[in-house]
Design a protein around this ligand. Structure first.
Ligand SMILES: NC(=O)c1ccc[n+]([C@@H]2O[C@H](COP(=O)([O-])OP(=O)(O)OC[C@H]3O[C@@H](n4cnc5c(N)ncnc54)[C@H](OP(=O)(O)O)[C@@H]3O)[C@@H](O)[C@H]2O)c1
Length: 325
């Protein structure tokens, strides 16, 4: 599988990591995908590892530590020792001051059951009782004290990234990553300056919801009756409507054409497109609800699209977006 350097650190991440929001038992993650039992989580992690994935993204917010525990329980059951894979987690700023970053790192390490925090991320730039500068400084303290391997952010704008990078630089550190939504159906980073800022600062963009919550696999287009089984919050936030299926169908058809040429699936092509389009700047963290999905997603890290195929998909995705304006 392709690998990418995490920001300016020495860490090599596989271009596909596994998103572990699916391992939440409560909160937003569970309301989006439903809960995942431990044996299923372990099977998903096993399949991802077998496919070559060497890192995992989780967060305190994914069930208040449940996802972190489910992930590391799976790793223990599979005989994976601390340090053999990388783990990224996140601090949720909502109604908290920057002081809680230092105060909660022990809880994160407890939830990770002996695994280190290789990347600690500020989950979102809003909701904290402290300014971003103070939050980033508290994160820098953790890295300087050896409690986390690197510092990242999530959902940050270009200006917020630059601010975070400057605060870290003053401490002799660098901003490793910004985790944002990126997919063929969400290309905001190309327009809002985030992609340019990432390239400029040497920051890795971690693409979340790279399959647009499953829409880009085409399975809902094949069987629209699946929409009725999607949980309400996912249906609303993910835009799972009959109208959205019709609007995006030309893009799904283009994905199918490219997939057929490679003996791949539409979802794999959607992931490979991100890696081709954005090059070394991007890694993707698709989530899996079932083991066979994890196997498919991991294999996308070996799929190479031609520039022509990537450009055709980009054009089709713009045309689809234009039809909504
Ligand atoms: N930083 C943030 O604010 C933020 C926000 C959201 C997510 N994230 C992170 O990003 C990760 C991924 O995002 P996401 O889970 O929202 O979206 P996603 O990766 O675009 O979609 C994942 C879902 O798509 C379906 N799927 C996956 N592989 C498939 C396959 N091969 N065939 C058919 N269906 C497949 C599964 O759902 P079904 O089987 O149920 O259809 C799966 O749960 C999360 O786990 C989390 O770690 C971060």
């Amino acid at each position: 599988m392709l690998t990418r350097r995490l920001g300016r650190t020495d860490r090599e991440l596989t271009a596909i990591g596994l998103g572990c929001m699916q391992f939440s038992n409560t909160g937003a993650g569970a309301r989006f995908y439903g809960a995942t039992a431990q044996d299923a989580a372990t099977a998903i992690v096993r399949t991802a590892l077998d496919g070559g994935v060497n890192w995992f993204d989780t967060a305190e917010m994914y069930g208040g530590g449940h996802s972190e525990r489910a992930l590391t329980t799976a790793l223990r059951e599979l005989g994976v020792k601390p340090g053999e894979v990388a783990i990224a987690t996140k601090w949720p700023p909502l109604m908290r001051t920057a002081r809680s970053i230092g105060a909660t790192i022990g809880d994160r390490l407890d939830a990770l059951q002996g695994h280190p925090v290789d990347l600690h991320q500020i989950h979102m730039p809003w909701g904290s009782l402290s300014p971003i500068g103070a939050q980033v400084k508290a994160m820098a303290r953790l890295q300087l004290d050896g409690k986390v391997g690197a510092v990242g952010v999530s959902n940050f704008s270009a200006a917020q990234m630059r601010r975070a990078a400057a605060v870290l630089e003053a401490e002799g550190l660098s901003l490793a990553s910004n985790q944002i939504q990126m997919s063929l159906l969400h290309r905001n980073a190309e327009r809002d300056g985030v992609l340019a800022a990432a390239r400029d600062l040497g920051v890795t963009l971690i693409a979340f919801s790279p399959l647009r919550s499953g829409l880009l696999t085409g399975k809902f287009h094949d069987e629209p009756e699946r929409l009725a089984r999607v949980l309400p919050i996912r249906r609303i936030l993910g835009g799972f409507t009959a109208k959205a299926l019709e609007r995006t169908r030309p893009l799904i058809d283009e994905l199918a054409a490219v997939a057929a040429a490679h003996g791949a699936t539409r979802g794999q092509v959607a992931l490979a497109w991100l890696l081709t389009r954005y090059g070394d700047t991007v890694v993707a963290i698709p989530g899996a609800s079932r083991p066979e999905q994890a196997a498919e997603l991991a294999a996308a890290g070996d799929l190479r699209l031609s520039e022509r195929e990537a450009a055709a998909l980009a054009q089709r995705s713009l045309a689809v977006a234009r039809r909504t304006r």
